[in-house]
Design a protein around this ligand. Structure first.
Ligand SMILES: [Zn+2]
Length: 331
């Protein structure tokens, strides 16, 4: 079935395609017909691809399935400094990227052979090959190599750059598209953010923000959260995005909104490990922040590191125990 309508990004009347409010690669399930194919394709190749790549470690470690196709656990590589080797992970274990075979010869004679394989089967196969090729009669000594789990390896995460800022801006804007009346969404108040999501801008309209955003996490579950806050007196619309219960961003969605009615804040919280929406407190209110706090948050490096560490802990619990913890909100 083809659906036509006004694209919420280029604002042209076209055939619309399905857009996931939170990208599928991050586990998002909720979708809506809001963008035309051209816009959707452009976003997919540019900004969504960046999110997918930069957060692959999390999607894979948490075994987040995509709707399309099977075996979507994208392997990712990590560097293991202790041994100076590249490892590859399928989400639950790390392995060397390839086997290592080392041979020392004196003349035609092999005097030393060492094989590091990734499985007993591979080891047998390589040893057999070596014995045949070099007519070796000695037995090989074997020992098991210990490789750290996926979360013990040192990693540097890129969670903030211009493409990621545009991608999280789109996530926030997506929720606006499906939750507030069309006439407001298509009003010039949102022209700037539309243009930013489509083309970028000299000045970013979003920022990683670990200040004013702790309301977005429970420090237990790797939840995604979208929160939109309408500040009618100041004409501001601020978006808050949290990914995997760790990475938090604020977005200046509009600074000149003209709405005659009071719009309640929007909140969408989603558990990518269960694929289910989480109900939040109905009387829940985000802190009121201004443009400066949104785009240039004063968070110290220590604060960011501390928050990232907490996030790492969440992931650790999920990978080892992998239990779904139900939490009740009590006040
Ligand atoms: Zn479009």
């Amino acid at each position: 079935m083809k659906k036509t309508g006004k694209c919420f990004c280029c604002c042209e009347h076209k055939i619309l395609t399905k857009e996931h409010i939170i990208p599928q690669s991050l586990g998002g399930k909720l979708s809506a017909w809001i963008y035309c194919k051209e816009c959707n394709d452009k976003f997919g190749d540019e900004i969504d691809a960046e999110l997918t790549n930069k957060f692959r470690y999390f999607s894979t470690s948490l075994k987040i399935d995509r709707d399309r196709g099977k075996n979507q656990h994208q392997p990712f590589n990590v560097y293991f400094p202790k041994k100076n080797i590249e490892l590859t992970s399928n989400g639950s274990e790390l392995k060397r990227k390839k086997p290592v075979v080392e041979i020392i010869k004196e003349g035609d004679k092999v005097v030393f052979a060492s094989v590091i394989a990734r499985s007993a089967k591979e080891l047998d196969r390589i040893i057999l090959g070596l014995k045949e090729k070099h007519s070796l009669t000695h037995e090989f000594d074997t020992k098991n190599e210990t490789i750290p789990g996926p979360i013990e390896v040192e990693r540097e995460f890129v969670f903030d750059n211009s493409l990621i800022r545009r991608a999280v801006s789109k996530i926030a804007y997506n929720l606006i598209c499906i939750k507030i009346p069309e006439k407001y969404v298509f009003s010039p108040s949102f022209d700037e953010i539309r243009s930013y999501i489509r083309f970028g801008a000299e000045k970013d309209m979003a920022s990683a923000n670990f200040r004013n955003t702790s309301f977005m996490v429970d420090n237990i579950r790797p939840l995604h959260k979208i929160h939109i806050s309408f500040n009618r007196p100041k004409k501001l619309v601020i978006g808050f995005i949290c990914l995997f219960g760790i990475f938090r961003y604020t977005i200046l969605l509009s600074k000149d909104i003209n709405i005659v009615i009071d719009l309640a804040d929007l909140d969408y919280t989603f558990d990518p490990t269960t694929g289910k929406e989480i109900c939040t407190k109905p009387n829940f209110i985000a802190p009121e922040i201004g443009i400066d706090d949104t785009l240039r948050p004063k968070h110290s490096k220590e604060l960011v590191l501390r928050e990232l560490k907490k996030g790492h802990k969440i992931l650790e619990n999920y990978i080892e125990g992998h239990q779904n913890i139900e939490i009740e909100h009590t006040e």
